[in-house]
Write a protein that binds this ligand. Sequence first.
Ligand code: C5P
Length: 404
Amino acid sequence: MMGDYIGVIGDLHGRKIALGVSGGVAAYKAAALTRELGRMGADVHVVLTEAGSRFVSALTFHALSGNRVWTSLWDGGAENGIPHVVLGRGIDAILVAPASADFIARLANGLAGDLLSALCLARDCPLLVAPAMNRQMWENPATQRNVATLGNDGVVIIGPGEGEQACGETGLGRMLEPEALCEAVRAFFTPKRLAGRKVVMTAGPTFEAIDPVRGITNASSGKMGYAIAAACARSGAEVVLVSGPVALPAPAGVWRIGAASALRMRDEVLAVLPGADVFIAVAAVADYRPVETAGHKLKKSGAAMQLELVPNPDILAEVAARPDAPFCVGFAAESHDLDMYAENKRRAKRLPMLVGNLLADGLCGDDNTVVIYDDEGRHPLPRAPKALVARQIVEHLARLLPTA
Ligand code: C5P
């Protein structure tokens, strides 16, 4: 159900992608890639080379993509019997993953003796290629020459990655993981509205230590902030994410700095702020911290305990009040009267844009329902997965951002 929901409105919704699978052990990852692209809303048409079909069967790709799988230049059933022309119609991009050394050589030389090569040669859409081969094949001058030729021809090369290889060696040549390839395709299709811009952000909760094992914190998964960081990076921005403790990997292309407490988060933000065009404060910063942090674990005595707290600095208000303030975006999670509290916060902190949501939606889920507030008024967004909400927030801020 969730998958279908994302599929309908996913990032690649309406994109028709031909996924070329050539011969290599990494072909098994193309099965997961087919599914991941489909989850993002893409209409995936798999083209399997003869060598590719030795590793994974057409049946697998058919089941995962929901589309027939193309395997031969002489495939029957295509209009006028020209499958590479019929298949190529209306395609938004061709992604070859894995692209073997042999297939890359064929591409670089404009050969068209098999369906996938012919499709690439006859294309009028972007071509993305994810190399996958043994380290020595990748380092061979012939392969390097071929990859350079593809680059000069405008082909986008994604990877390869470094690490353990099926042959037992370690080095460059591994195909990137399906999630990373899918991310690269999403980034490819995202308009670069924030190109040349530097975005500084906060995300996650803060943790205000009482003693070495105890502390005060807020409920925050960091998912919304991380999704926004990823969306900014995809839009071409340089992104620095100052993050409280969360269980999430840093998004692709994002520089993450860990900062557990509010004071540390403030210091890290101020250190990376010079040159920033945008500051987005998504973090659920604890409003108070203990006056003192005990150096040792406090022992329980059974008696009542007093904990003296002092207010934390408001990082967003401080950044927004600077004479050289970047474009500041705030967040507000409220339990009721969202419009009133959100607008008051936006005015009090002098923010051109604030994103509000009701706590009834939960703080750590995968979906969110938000309202954007700016000088023009309120702009409600439909409930959607956080990745999609993030994209809309970034599009909105890119529209409001003064031209550089
Ligand atoms: O006032 P409130 O905490 O609701 O404001 C929320 C907004 O201010 C969020 O964008 C949050 O990241 C930011 N904030 C901050 N530093 C604080 C408290 C909130 O940057 N100490």
